[in-house]
Ligand binder design. Structure first.
Ligand SMILES: Nc1nc2c(c(=O)[nH]1)N[C@H]1C(S)=C(S)[C@@H](COP(=O)(O)O)O[C@H]1N2
Ligand SMILES: [Mo]
Length: 455
């Protein structure tokens, strides 16, 4: 009987055999990775940026899910089992709330892509090390890494495809992105718990580089940022095997590597941020597939789905159009002239789409709460809005009580002083402060106000 590995129960000669016979895959032998920049310090710098940035992307992502109204089963995916978030009413104030949470989620998510890739690059020797594990703890660690790396790449890929309106995948975006997020979150929490001490000590490392002007004081980051290419040396060998065993000559300083990644992030941010701004800035959003040239005039702002794409027939929205309003056992039918004869209210409110773009316009129309009063519902628990649109995921929406009662919540008839265009929802559309764009239903045909008693 040979000696047995305590944790895995593998006889040691099996390990040695594994070690001696790596599969013929490039990268499995330690000396394949030669960059002298790789090491715990650089990994920790990228890691620290992600440690601050990724939680923001995660939190804003989960908030966006909450904003969709999971309590009405209208957040997607609908069935999330015990991953259901604690339900709460999404506020209507500040009116730019969803614009900011969704804008941050998408923009920051994009900006962090170069940092994620740089972090992966910095630990690549570990991902390929052979044998894959030496103990049970290592097997678990590598499994969690698989979920971490797979999770973030999956979230980036599905998110990017969604904002490009490229539904290439054969599965539902919302389902994939939501469950993928939880896989990533679990792996991220485990990874941070395991690696935080290592990150902190690595950031404080590089003791060879002391601040020359203040002797005795260690300022690794500043010292490193002052180190040019010519003085760039590999980090000392580390227990994690990140530092190359046979480092090549540097072609870039560490500050250069940081600047390169930072520069790419700034560039991506600059090409994205315009989609959340109005006016000519929108043209700078080169990564935005739609809405960069939204036309001119009062209706010249992005269109998510055109009337033609939604299958709206011109005669349905002409003279023949009627709005049906229900509440309790009352039912009122209104044509557009009757609606225009009611008290009109004007509000400057944003539309913010889940794909990340947003815009702020001046809407006017009838207050939703006035329509509720019209059918005798003074304290609605919710309102169900239905569109003329027959198919499509977003042909109806349910609004919470606070969303119906807000003084700026409108069934909008006009925008920027003119009638809504066909593509923006003529004859009437919903517009509510801080409501996700998807629920600002266009071409409204029917509104049902429910009280608590209706269940
Ligand atoms: N009936 C209907 N309403 C709809 C949609 C739709 O597909 N059908 N799309 C929603 C989405 S996703 C957004 S972001 C907003 C965009 O409004 P806009 O096209 O007027 O800018 O409309 C919403 N209202
Ligand atoms: Mo949207």
């Amino acid at each position: 009987m040979g000696v047995t590995d305590r944790q895995t129960g593998f006889p040691q000669r099996w390990w040695r055999a594994l070690e001696r016979h790596p599969p013929p895959v490039p990268g499995l032998t330690g000396d394949r990775w030669r960059s002298p920049l790789r090491g715990p310090w650089l990994t920790a710098v990228y890691g620290a940026v992600l440690l601050v940035g990724l939680p923001l992307v995660i939190i804003t992502g989960l908030l966006d899910y909450a904003a969709y109204g999971p309590q009405f089963d209208q957040a997607l995916p609908r069935e999330v089992g015990w991953l259901r978030l604690p339900p709460f009413d999404w506020p209507t104030r500040p009116s730019w709330l969803f614009r900011v949470t969704q804008g941050l989620h998408v923009t920051l998510g994009i900006i962090l892509i170069p940092v994620v890739l740089a972090k992966l690059w910095s630990v690549i020797p570990k991902l390929f090390s052979w044998p894959p594990a030496r103990s049970l703890a290592q097997v678990l660690e590598r499994l969690s890494l698989l979920l971490l790396v797979g999770g973030i790449l999956f979230e980036i890929a599905t998110g990017l495809l969604n904002i490009q309106y490229a539904y290439l995948f054969g599965f539902d975006f919302y389902t994939a992105h939501y469950f993928g997020a939880w896989v990533f979150i679990a792996a991220f929490v485990a990874h941070v718990t395991l690696k935080l001490p290592r990150m902190v000590s690595a950031l404080r490392s590089r003791p060879a580089l002391r601040d020359r002007r203040r002797p005795g004081q260690r300022e690794p980051l500043r010292a490193e940022l002052r180190t040019p290419l010519a003085a760039t040396r590999p980090e000392p060998p580390d227990p994690d095997d990140l530092v190359a065993t046979a480092p090549g000559a540097p072609t870039m300083s560490r500050r250069g590597a940081i600047a390169l990644v930072g520069g790419l992030s700034v560039l991506l941010g600059a090409l994205t941020i315009g989609q959340t701004l109005d006016g000519r800035w929108r043209r700078t959003a080169l990564l935005l597939p739609r809405g960069r040239e939204p036309g001119t005039g009062p209706n010249g702002f992005p269109i998510n789905r055109t009337a033609a794409a939604a299958g709206i027939q011109p005669d349905e929205v002409g003279q023949r159009w009627r709005l049906t309003v229900r509440g309790g056992d009352r039912l009122v039918t209104l044509d557009r002239p009757r609606l225009l004869a009611m008290g009109q209210h004007t509000a400057r409110l944003p539309i913010a789409c889940v794909e990340g773009w947003s815009t702020r316009q001046t809407w006017s129309g009838v207050r939703l709460r006035d329509l509720a009063t019209l059918v005798g519902v003074d304290d609605p628990a919710s309102a169900q809005i239905r569109s003329l649109e027959r198919a499509g995921l977003f042909n109806q929406a349910i609004l919470q009580a606070n969303q119906v009662l807000d003084a700026d919540s409108l069934l909008a008839l006009r925008v920027n002083g003119v009638d809504l265009s066909a593509d923006h929802g003529f004859p009437a559309r919903v517009i509510v402060p801080a409501l996700p764009g998807v629920h600002c239903t266009k071409w409204v045909a029917e509104i049902t106000f429910r009280t608590g008693a209706d269940g």
